[in-house]
Design a protein around this ligand. Structure first.
Ligand SMILES: Nc1ncnc2c1ncn2[C@@H]1O[C@H](COP(=O)(O)OP(=O)(O)O)[C@@H](O)[C@H]1O
Ligand SMILES: [Mg+2]
Length: 368
């Protein structure tokens, strides 16, 4: 192992009562100094993972390690972790300085040290000069930064951020995405960020864990997850996808929409039923006779940068197309795509099995 993981979950299960399993046998490693995102729909278990890391709740089964030491029973205040909550949980009756200093005063730190740390934390989030402002006089984005300053002032090894941007409007949210990402790089502290917004996750993260129904569906870099989704859930949740049923004829040849196509996937069985993913932006529109598949345009919307068309082939598969070219509703057109635009998913494959197959496939000189 290159460097010891800063946090490790080993087969962690969390059950609040007898029948509902909230996290099911979850294992992962968090490396030092990276920006991680837990991404998944509401109720999938994201906050529960943060609460387990912070020590606000206990695992029902499995072990949680911090720098190699088991910490299942270590109380929250002894963990090198700070949380930024969705509603920021700032004290409205205290000014900016006192909000950031609060935890240090509780720890009975010396006044000069408190001063040094608070000033440095405020400088990091660009709030120097705002020390005596009341929280109630701060904008949403500024409150967000106070909440972050309050987390970094403790000099933790890990900062947990639970959907911290979801209350902000779109423009401010985008600004804060840049700010947070930049802050994480400057601080070099490990961030574990929670969101249900896939675009946010793709834009900000070094590593994403895609979670559904209490299980990690897939983990990897944004491009890994976007280009090589492991299953229908991930393909659907991350970006827009066309997912059609197909059959693997042999290595590098797959059948769907009633035809056979060259692809770059291998390591599946001959004639194995599969699901085929093609991203809407990887489909090119052309004439009926020149297309690899033939479709009828059912509807079209102008999306600002591209046209979005919904088309159907003769097998009644739906094809979403993003194109800078315009089509006409009702027209019969052709769609073209290269072998590398086709992504074949094995039904019910686990992440481990998928990784093995992908390694073999990249070893053969494809992908990457
Ligand atoms: N204290 C609790 N007692 C019982 N069930 C809970 C408790 N906290 C969370 N849950 C349940 O656990 C599941 C996962 O919750 P959570 O981790 O908050 O999801 P997320 O943050 O992804 O929206 C949900 O079904 C939720 O209702
Ligand atoms: Mg949550």
């Amino acid at each position: 192992m290159a460097e010891e993981a800063i946090i490790r979950f080993d087969q962690v299960t969390k059950q609040y009562d007898d029948d509902t399993i909230v996290l099911n046998n979850v294992s992962f490693e968090i490396e030092r100094g990276k920006f991680y995102t837990l991404l998944g729909p509401s109720g999938c278990g994201k906050t529960t993972i943060l609460r387990l890391i912070a020590g606000f709740t206990e695992a029902s089964k499995g072990d949680i390690y911090f720098n190699g030491k088991r910490m299942n029973n270590v109380p929250a205040n002894e963990r090198q972790v700070n949380t930024v909550f969705q509603d920021y949980a700032l004290f409205p009756h205290l000014n900016v300085y006192e909000n950031v200093a609060f935890g240090l005063r509780i720890k009975k730190m010396k006044k000069a040290e408190i001063d040094r740390r608070v000033n440095e934390a405020l400088r990091f989030v660009n709030l120097s000069g705002y020390e005596s402002r009341e929280i109630t006089e701060m904008s949403g984005g500024q409150r967000q930064r106070v909440a972050i300053a309050r987390a970094i002032v403790n000099e933790p090894e890990v900062i947990l951020l639970d959907e911290p941007l979801s209350a902000l409007d779109l423009k401010l949210r985008t600004e804060m995405q840049y700010e947070l990402r930049d802050l994480q790089k400057r601080l070099g502290i490990t961030f574990i960020f929670v969101t249900h917004d896939q675009e946010e996750a793709l834009a900000m993260s070094d590593e994403i864990f895609v979670i559904n129904e209490g299980r990690i569906q897939q983990s990897g870099t944004p491009t890994d997850i976007y280009d090589e989704p492991i299953n229908r859930f991930v393909a659907d949740f991350i970006g827009e996808s066309n997912i059609v049923p197909g059959k693997m004829i042999r290595d590098f040849e797959v059948e769907f929409a009633g035809k056979r196509f060259e692809c770059v996937d291998q390591g599946l069985n001959q004639n194995e039923p599969v699901e085929v993913v093609i991203r809407p932006e990887d489909l090119e529109i052309t004439t009926w006779s020149e297309g690899k598949i033939q479709v009828k345009v059912a509807s079209q919307l102008f999306r600002g940068v591209h046209y979005e068309m919904l088309c159907y082939d003769e097998s009644k598969n739906e094809w979403l197309v993003h194109s800078t070219k315009k089509a006409t509703v009702g027209d019969e057109i052709g769609l073209n795509f290269g072998p590398e635009a086709i992504h074949v998913m094995r039904l019910g494959e686990t992440e481990e099995e998928f990784d093995k197959r992908l390694e073999a496939y990249q070893g053969a000189g494809y992908g990457k």
